[in-house]
Design a protein around this ligand. Structure first.
Ligand code: HEM
Length: 319
């Protein structure tokens, strides 16, 4: 007999014998130390033909998607950490697409709201590394060999995020040749203006002097910095009160970029402590390859404009 049916049986017996419900007895005798929380009368307990929590969230599918390929205890952590990250990445894609649409429509307040949420998601993704860092090299080594050439490098969700933010690289599509549907979806992301492209177009529409070839270009190609964009941003940063909307959007983008770099950095440090300087399962040099990504920047002029700010005042002042 299960615990639940045992309890139910007890209460049925006491009803038959005219005794009071044991939970009521203990409530009377011990008003503060009940031992458990009685279910309130208003709580729905008959869920036949109703929308349930498990049904709405497809928990059957979600919780049966953790399928270890070894019998090592720690593989479950490895799988769940990746899957949770994939879910956060999926939400990032959703929010980034929406922020981009809002910018395209010159609807800045909701775009900024999306970016605020994006930063909180990034914070979760950053903090999450501490869980995986409990995986020691010897624990990982026990099942690493079973992974073959599978690697996070092949995550389509991650690649969408990179493309949406502006790290365009047409060469990445070939990694998905085995899966034409995914390759086509990524190709579409590659060919669509990134969040930064839309930001620059937004600035141009607001009357800022953004070079024409940055407002209309081959979106599938990597973005390259332009001194004209630095100059446009310098003017915005010189008069924040006058250009508050542009100024605020710029700072939000810098936050998102920094948070992204922190995730990349922590991934690299986790990899370093778990596999040292071994090659990756995906075939790269490993830590060295990941470290190179730290030199990438999504919004180059938003960083270089900082060199210009106050540069004249600081001359000779040692600042
Ligand atoms: C012990 C844990 C991990 C190790 C040893 C590891 C190792 C690596 C290595 C060596 C690479 C470079 C590509 C390769 O040669 O495979 C890579 C790329 C990548 N990994 Fe991990 N990884 C780990 C955990 C994770 C987790 C939890 C995620 C979350 C989804 C993740 C996502 C990625 C992504 C997105 C890339 C591509 C990065 C880029 O293109 O710059 N990794 N990983």
């Amino acid at each position: 007999m299960t615990e639940q049916s045992d309890l139910t049986g007890q209460s049925e017996r006491s009803e038959r014998s005219g005794e009071s419900d044991p939970s009521e007895r203990s409530e009377r005798s011990s008003p503060r130390g009940l031992g458990y929380r009685p279910i309130e009368d208003g709580v729905t307990t008959d869920l036949t033909d109703r929308l349930t929590y498990a049904g709405y969230l497809h928990l059957d599918e979600l919780l049966s998607a953790q399928v270890p390929i070894s019998d090592h205890h720690d593989e479950m952590l490895f799988i769940i950490q990746h899957q949770v990250t994939e879910l956060w990445l999926k939400l990032l894609v959703h929010e980034l697409r929406s922020a981009r649409e809002k910018l395209r429509a010159d609807d800045l307040p909701p775009a900024l709201k999306r970016m605020a949420r994006i930063k909180h998601i990034q914070r979760q993704m950053f903090e999450q590394w501490s869980v995986l860092e409990t995986l020691t090299p010897i624990e990982y080594a026990q099942f690493r060999g079973k992974l073959g050439c599978a690697s996070g490098f092949q995550s389509p969700t991650y690649r969408s995020v990179e493309f949406l933010l502006g790290n365009k690289n047409p060469g990445m599509i070939k990694v998905f040749r085995h899966d034409p549907e995914t390759a086509a979806a990524l190709q579409a992301d590659l060919e669509t203006p990134s969040l930064y492209d839309e930001f620059l177009r937004f600035l141009a529409r607001a009357g800022h002097d953004v070079p024409a070839d940055r407002v209309d270009r081959d979106w599938s190609q990597p973005y390259t910095a332009h001194p004209g964009v630095v100059e446009a941003l310098r003017r915005i940063y010189a008069e924040p009160e006058r250009y508050w909307a542009e100024y605020e959007a710029s700072e939000e983008l810098v936050d998102v970029e920094e948070s992204f770099q922190l995730w990349r950095f922590r991934h690299m440090k986790t990899v370093e402590r778990v596999i040292g300087y071994k090659r990756g399962t995906g075939g790269s040099s490993g830590v060295g390859f990941l470290r190179k990504a730290l030199e990438l920047t999504f919004f180059p002029e938003l960083l270089s404009v900082r060199t210009e700010i106050g540069a004249e005042d600081a001359q000779g002042a040692g600042g």
